[in-house]
Design a protein around this ligand. Structure first.
Ligand SMILES: Cc1ncc(COP(=O)(O)O)c(C=O)c1O
Length: 383
């Protein structure tokens, strides 16, 4: 194919939400129409049904839906009373919401480094971060591991450290819900797990949404109160400061339909990732999935030598292939977060990854012909 013919090819979507919408077809129309007919838009029957299905999907005792992944994280920190003087350990290489909620709760995020091959929290850096927090006069209180790009964090390495230091573990599974670690689905590793249903997420709705998963009955009661303005006996009885953090019924109806096809989509994402691995493994550093883990491939992220990424992105763009950079700056380098402590030894891996990573189109509806176009375009860019 010559350059001109290539540039004429149809642009490829980064995430093809429309392809999934076509598959869901009238089933989705009918699910939404049912809500429009019964008019219980707030905490209607679909919300409760979805919470039951979501908990069953991952094997957690409880699922509490809420308005976004950010609220899911914040509601848990609020419910645990985490606040001023408390240190909450977060990876430096993540989306800002992981640390944002810590600051919103009044506590201090302490940034720890990640592993270069999995992009997930590094256990040795976590140990150093705990010592750093103590040196700053902070009380180590909680850990927020992130299942970045869909890959579960290394729970066997980090949970013993968390237990030894009495840390509450809140898994940020906004990207990783649907993944598995050593035969168990994400949703039951932390004391609580938060996820996001932002439309681009592996399990996304048609707006904002999120959920908390936990086995802790007491935590459930407090979170349910917090998500309705700190209600007591009813919403006009206010027993604590809360928020308006509910998932709306239309989104729950959408999610009930999407959850039915989610297992099939997880497999399709896995197949697409394998095809990328074999097509690109010898031109870039492909993401590594450790033995025993199943990634849900929120992103397919390759690594290049620093300095090569911008040229690759520009070449691919000219051929209709979109790319994205998650994340161009680690959180400790962001203006809003640079005053917070960083684990002793710094976060050199997070800093290096920010210069090396680039993500390619990834979703469950990436057909082989389109994917081959992407793989060939990447390979050509390297020649
Ligand atoms: C790792 C991580 N945490 C939290 C969030 C926040 O989720 P939401 O956008 O639903 O608030 C996101 C969303 O992008 C995320 O990627």
């Amino acid at each position: 194919m010559n350059q001109h013919a290539r540039s004429q090819a149809a642009p490829i979507p980064f995430i093809d939400v429309a392809a999934q919408r076509r598959r869901l077809g009238t089933r989705m129309d009918e699910a939404v129409a049912r809500v429009l007919n019964h008019c219980q838009f707030i905490l209607g029957p679909e919300v409760h049904a979805f919470e039951r299905e979501l908990a069953a999907f991952c094997g957690a005792r409880h699922a509490i839906s809420c308005a976004s992944g950010t609220d899911a994280l914040l509601l848990v920190l609020m419910a645990k009373g985490i606040g001023p003087g408390d240190a909450v350990f977060c990876p430096a290489f993540t989306f800002c919401a992981t640390a944002e909620v810590v600051v919103l709760a009044g506590a201090t995020p302490v940034f720890v480094d990640v592993d270069a091959t999995t992009f997930n929290i590094d256990a040795a850096s976590l140990e150093r971060g705990i010592a750093t927090a103590e040196q700053h006069g902070l009380k180590p209180k909680a850990l927020i591991p992130v299942d970045l790009f869909g890959l579960p964090a290394d729970y066997d390495a980090i949970l013993p450290i968390a237990r030894a230091h009495g840390l509450f573990v809140l898994d940020d599974a906004a990207q990783g819900f649907g993944g598995s670690y050593k035969g168990r689905k994400i949703g039951t590793f932390g004391d609580a797990t938060a996820t996001s249903f932002f439309p681009a997420k592996p399990l996304g709705c048609y707006g904002d949404g999120g959920a908390i998963l936990t086995d802790d009955d007491q935590l459930v009661a407090v979170i349910k109160s917090l998500r309705v303005h700190g209600e007591g006996a009813d919403k006009y009885d206010n027993v604590r400061i809360g928020m308006n953090g509910r998932l709306d019924t239309v989104q729950a109806a959408v999610l009930l339909e999407k959850l039915k096809i989610f297992p099939d989509e997880i497999e399709a994402r896995g197949r697409a990732a394998k095809r990328y691995d074999s097509g690109l493994g010898n031109v870039a550093i492909a993401p590594r999935v450790p033995e025993g883990s199943i990634s849900v491939w929120a992103q397919y992220t390759i690594r290049l030598e620093p300095g090569r990424r911008d040229t690759l992105a520009a070449t691919l763009k000219a051929e209709g292939v979109p790319t994205a950079i998650y994340y161009a700056k680690p959180l400790n380098r962001q203006q809003a977060y640079k005053q917070y402590p960083v684990a002793a030894g710094g976060v050199p891996v997070s800093e290096r990854l920010s210069d090396e990573v680039i993500s390619l189109p990834m979703h469950a509806y990436l057909d082989e012909a389109t994917q081959d176009r992407i793989i060939e375009a990447v390979r050509r860019a390297f020649n």
